[in-house]
Design a protein around this ligand. Sequence first.
Ligand code: AHG
Length: 334
Amino acid sequence: MKPVSLIQFLIEERRAGHINAELSLLIEVVARACKRIAVATGKGALGGVLGAAGTDNIQGEAQKKLDVISNEILLEANAWGGHLAACASEEMEDPQPIPDGYPKGQHLLLFDPLDGSSNIDVNISVGTIFSVLRCPDGVTEPKVEHFLQPGTTQLAAGYVVYGPSTLLVLTFGHGAHEFTLDREIGSFILSRRDIRIPEETGEFAINMSNQRHWEAPMQRYIGELLAGQEGPRGRDFNMRWVASMVADVHRIVTRGGVFFYPLDAKIKSKGGKLRLMYEANPMAFIIEQAGGAASTGRERIMELQPTGLHQRVPVFLGSKQEVELATHYHHAAD
Ligand code: AHG
């Protein structure tokens, strides 16, 4: 079969009435920026991009040089195209307006420019996660409140994995699709249309070092998986944890599985570890479009009404049966 490039795919999606020309352009621009980030991450030590930038982001986390570089690449690429009303980044306290003199569009872009950045210096996969919302009608200078829309209103979401190959997974709410970067020709090529996550799985992802801090229902659920054949589940489960959400999610999108970053006593006051607007909502949209489920342990992630741009939430996502069982244990204990 003839290869389908991202550009061809976007034209098909426009013809099908799933997206308009402005959203198509926005995705092209984000994909182009991600190719530049892939080049920067690929250079590693030779590009002088490894190590700390010497600054903290809004979350109070030490920034890596590549966090800062990736953020700048995405901001610069999106400033002039005329498809955005504003953008917001995990790395910046406030939304970034479109600079004076450039045309404005109808979309709001949110991104985590380099997720899993603690893995950069050890040459493990990192990624970019993004979410697209519509700017409310009549708003010309979008403020934080205009970004605070539930995940169900997302028009598009995607992530790019910078790993052994560079991959883009994208949804517009009509299935989730995977594109692989052909490095020779510089194009993303459709590699899987309509990804489906198996409902059942024998593999889970969680940072087990936090076990003693988890709530009782999480202890119960994971305890049962660890008990294997002798336990109530009657079978063995395997565990994987990359500590790059993009890589852990991509494994689930490829061979099934379930991912947890639950609430624990250490992070309870913050509401969770992962960011609702930059990580949980876009990943939940993709996972649901691939037939999986995404919950906080108590509610569907995409139905949460956001209260802050940098809000954190617990995240359970992946194979439907496991997300539902872990969520059921939380409801039963409440
Ligand atoms: P960051 O982007 O600050 O590196 O955060 C990474 C996130 C996510 O990608 C990953 O699943 C999780 O944090 C890892 O957390 P632990 O370090 O607690 O394992």
